[in-house]
Design a protein around this ligand. Structure first.
Ligand code: NDP
Length: 287
């Protein structure tokens, strides 16, 4: 007797979410704007609803995963009458402000709202490899812990609906900066004829090394005190100059290393040259 669930939006991610629910044995109702995307799920046992309201009315728990928060806003418009007493979980990427506004709206209508973020690719959904974070209505998270657990590892962040979007933004910032660093390094080596596949193993090791620094850096960021643990910002600054020179000499884009250098120069100019690298956080705190 598994809890019935509904899924709105059957893009790459919505299909994965609905598929995980179906496989876990939940009676699953699905809806998608464009017809035809439910066929595979229906073949697996899902039921296709004729409207969003019909899908929401079919289950105590509805998961929404569409392109963006503008699409979500339009989809929930006709739900005032059906959402009362039900839980809406929005896994669409959005902003913290958008999540707070939607949470306020759903709860004014008598529903419970959880905002969530998926830190995984669709292929990982339904396995422990997928990390999903949720924020908002704690009671709803607890009531549906088992259903949500079927989508992947689930973590409740707090009552503020905006928290999941903020965590998602922070993780994306990390991901893009990390990948840009790898790609810039690959372009640099590539200009000298070294294939990226040769760089990749060393890059993985370097990422692992940096990962090990995070607990100490995090503590320093929270304490706003940055005694150098390994080297000083001044030492980093000297090496940053080399990266700019190499990039320019090899005709590889220099914006990224110049930006990194400019941040550290500003920190040094404000008297932080003798501090550790974590002191750079002040350049983000006070842009
Ligand atoms: P897709 O482009 O595959 O699917 C988008 C879905 O949104 C489709 O079902 C589409 O419907 C629907 N949609 C778009 N606009 C509207 C609208 N105005 N009204 C109703 N439905 C609409 O994207 P994904 O499934 O990959 O991504 C969905 C969300 O999940 C995004 O917010 C994304 O950031 C997030 N996400 C995705 C990850 C991934 O790896 N794919 C990872 C983590 C988060 P239609 O079929 O009618 O076009």
């Amino acid at each position: 007797d598994r809890t019935p669930v509904s899924v709105i939006g059957l893009g790459m991610m919505g299909q994965a979410l609905a598929g995980a629910f179906v496989r876990a044995g939940h009676p699953t109702t699905v809806w998608n704007r464009t017809a035809g995307k439910a066929d595979q799920l229906v073949a697996l046992g899902a039921r296709e609803a004729g409207s969003v309201a019909e899908a929401v009315a079919a289950a105590p728990l509805t998961v929404v995963c569409v392109l963006d928060e503008t699409a979500v806003g339009a989809l929930v418009e006709p739900l005032e009458a059906v959402v009362r007493g039900r839980v809406l979980v929005n896994l669409t990427s959005g902003t913290s402000q958008g999540a707070r506004e939607l949470g306020e709206r759903v709860e004014r209508w008598g529903g419970r709202y959880l905002d969530g973020a998926i830190m995984a690719v669709p292929q990982a959904v339904g396995t422990d490899e997928a990390v999903l974070v949720y924020s908002g209505a704690r009671d709803a998270f607890d009531r549906h812990a088992e259903e949500l657990r079927g989508l992947g590892g689930s973590t409740y962040l707090g009552a503020d609906h905006g928290l999941s979007s903020l965590f998602e933004a922070a993780v994306l910032s990390l991901m893009w900066n990390l990948l840009n660093g790898f790609l810039h390094g690959a372009a640099l080596l590539g200009a000298a004829g070294v294939p990226a596949t040769t760089f990749a193993p060393l890059a993985r090791t370097a990422i692992g090394t940096v990962t090990g620094w995070l607990p100490d850096y995090a503590r320093q960021v929270d304490e706003r005190s940055y005694p150098p643990l390994d080297s000083t910002l001044d030492t980093h600054l000297a090496a940053m100059g080399n990266l700019v020179k190499e990039s320019e000499a090899l005709g590889v884009g220099g914006e990224l290393p110049r930006f990194v250098q400019a941040l550290a120069e500003r920190a040094a100019a404000s008297g932080r040259g003798g501090d550790g690298y974590a002191a750079l956080v002040e350049q983000f705190r006070e842009p």
